[in-house]
Design a binder for this molecule. Structure first.
Ligand SMILES: Cc1cc2nc3c(=O)[nH]c(=O)nc-3n(C[C@H](O)[C@H](O)[C@H](O)COP(=O)(O)O)c2cc1C
Length: 499
């Protein structure tokens, strides 16, 4: 099975190479009608049916591993559960066996002819440890192999995702801090735990990330469209990122509002991925009903005016601001104090609207000549008979003066209320040439159809590039001279090379 896995790896590399070559053919430098076509990768067969090892160590949160297992199975993956001995005192092997459909053992002396202490790790496409106890983190960091899970962690060359769960004192102890640092330095993704209720009456940082978030990150790590390996580098450590998400509501009267269909999923995916990559994330959430991503501070708002205030306030401390929220362009000129009544046999009142402030433009204006914070906007474009959605996006990027613009082509599958999305990320020239900004250039990265976390990862990549460029120059940019862009187009690399 190990050689089969290696053969599969070689095939993946070859096809990645072919896709890279194909991407190079798209490279252009031109202003009008960029020959961009967002490739519809669809549900690539490679993103399902993977072999996942689910390591479970002995904490209260072991019960949550059952829900994670159920989710991974329903995504089509083959899951082998490898519990520690302590984990089996919290959840029995019968539960793991029934939910996974695979035999469960945690010691290296069961099924010896299968050499499971080696074969389980070799066969894995992904290893998730959830929950990861303080003890498990210590044993993994020390390179111990005293049970099947730690042996598997030593053998595997697949990506490893760990979701710690423990009391806050254990999490903040210098020994655990050092172990986490060691594991991260080896490329292991150790997620920050969520803040909240712990065992007993205590609360604080130490709750395991929710199974739905772990399943989303697993899909990202396994997805062939992520632009690089590792899919979750720890490259936003110490960065403060503000993300807005959801759709604003503009009150008409005490019970009615003008709203939109944005669920907030894309913004939440960016918050989740940025936090997993080490960022300190503040999420400004407008009317969402999604679970808070782990270790993300969520501030709730309702209207465009609320959102603008909250974003402005958070942006003061931020390294980057990502405006994913669908902010209403207009609001009713007046909000009725009482519910507007239907009057029999009379025409309904005409609704007068006034324009809302442009939050993105306001952020750019507040930033002035500084390159910080990096500002990213989202735009939904349809194009028209003469202008492509991307060209509208390029014009908008130049007009707004932000650093990045993520252009969704409205009408494509995905987008609102979906778990998948496709987009093109446009970057201003100031980011491209960190030495002497060439403001007449712009770059476009196609992110093919895939999970919103994959687009989130590509947005994080662009933010890292922009932050590095801002650091290198420390100069400002003017939106006035961004009006005649040239465009480099490339495809988000399916595997391998960094962007
Ligand atoms: C009720 C109970 C809850 C526990 N919860 C946790 C926990 O959430 N995180 C943790 O690191 N240890 C927790 N422990 C301690 C671990 O079970 C103990 O360190 C054990 O040796 C871990 O073994 P393992 O890492 O091999 O699974 C708990 C122990 C008990 C009795």
């Amino acid at each position: 099975m190990g050689s089969e896995h290696r053969r599969r790896g070689a095939r993946d590399e070859r096809s990645a190479e072919e896709r890279r070559d194909h991407g190079a053919d798209h490279r252009v430098r031109r202003r009008s009608s960029p020959p961009l076509r967002v490739s519809s990768a669809g549900q690539d067969a490679d993103s399902t049916g993977k072999r996942i090892v689910l390591g479970v160590s002995g904490g209260i949160a072991a019960y949550k591993a059952c829900e994670l297992l159920r989710r991974l199975r329903s995504l089509g993956h083959d899951v082998t559960v490898v519990p520690t001995a302590a984990a089996l005192t919290f959840v029995g092997s019968a539960t793991f066996e029934a939910l996974s459909g695979n035999p469960v053992s945690g010691d290296v002396f069961t099924d010896v002819p299968d050499v499971r202490h080696v074969s389980v790790g070799q066969r894995a496409d992904l290893v998730i440890v959830a929950p990861a106890t303080a003890d498990l983190l210590a044993r993994a960091a020390a390179g111990l192999a005293d049970d099947l899970l730690t042996a598997t962690l030593l053998v595997t060359r697949a990506p490893v995702l760990m979701a710690p769960a423990m009391h806050s004192e254990m999490w903040s102890h210098p020994a655990t801090v050092a172990n986490v640092r060691t594991l991260r330095s080896r490329g292991v993704t150790v997620l920050p735990p969520a803040v909240g209720r712990l065992t007993g009456a205590d609360s604080g940082p130490g709750r395991m990330a929710e199974p739905e978030h772990l399943a989303q990150l697993a899909q990202l790590v396994l997805h062939p469209t992520v632009a690089h390996r590792p899919a979750l580098p720890f490259d936003l450590d110490g960065r403060r990122i503000v993300v807005s998400a959801g759709g604003t509501r503009e009150a008409l009267d005490p019970v009615r509002f003008l709203g939109n269909r944005s669920s907030g999923r894309q913004g939440y995916a960016i918050a989740l991925v940025a936090a997993a990559r080490g960022a300190d994330v503040t999420l400004i959430a407008a009317n969402t009903s999604l679970a808070d991503p782990p270790a993300v501070e969520v501030r709730r708002v309702v209207s465009a005016a609320d959102l603008q205030r909250a974003v402005k306030d958070a942006a003061r401390q931020a390294d980057a601001v990502v405006m994913t929220a669908a902010v209403a362009d207009f609001r009713p000129a007046e909000v009725a104090e009482h519910k507007i009544k239907k009057v029999a046999d009379s025409e309904p009142a005409v609704l007068e609207l006034v324009q809302n402030p442009d939050v993105l433009a306001g952020l750019v204006a507040d930033r002035g000549a500084s390159r910080m914070p990096v500002i990213a906007g989202f735009a939904a474009e349809t194009g028209d008979a003469t202008t492509s959605p991307i060209e509208f996006g390029l014009q908008k990027l130049a007009r707004k003066g932000c650093d990045l613009l993520v252009v969704n082509q409205v009408g494509h599958t995905g987008g609102f209320e979906s778990d998948d999305n496709a987009a093109v990320i446009l970057s201003s020239g100031a980011i491209l040439s960190s030495g002497a900004p060439d403001s007449t250039e712009m770059a476009a990265v196609e992110v093919p159809f895939g999970p919103k976390t994959a687009l989130a990862a590509a947005v994080c990549d662009s933010i890292v590039t922009a932050l590095n460029a801002a650091k290198a120059t420390g100069t400002g940019q003017s939106s006035d001279n961004l009006s005649t862009p040239k465009t480099h187009v490339r495809q988000a690399n399916p595997q391998g090379a960094s962007p």
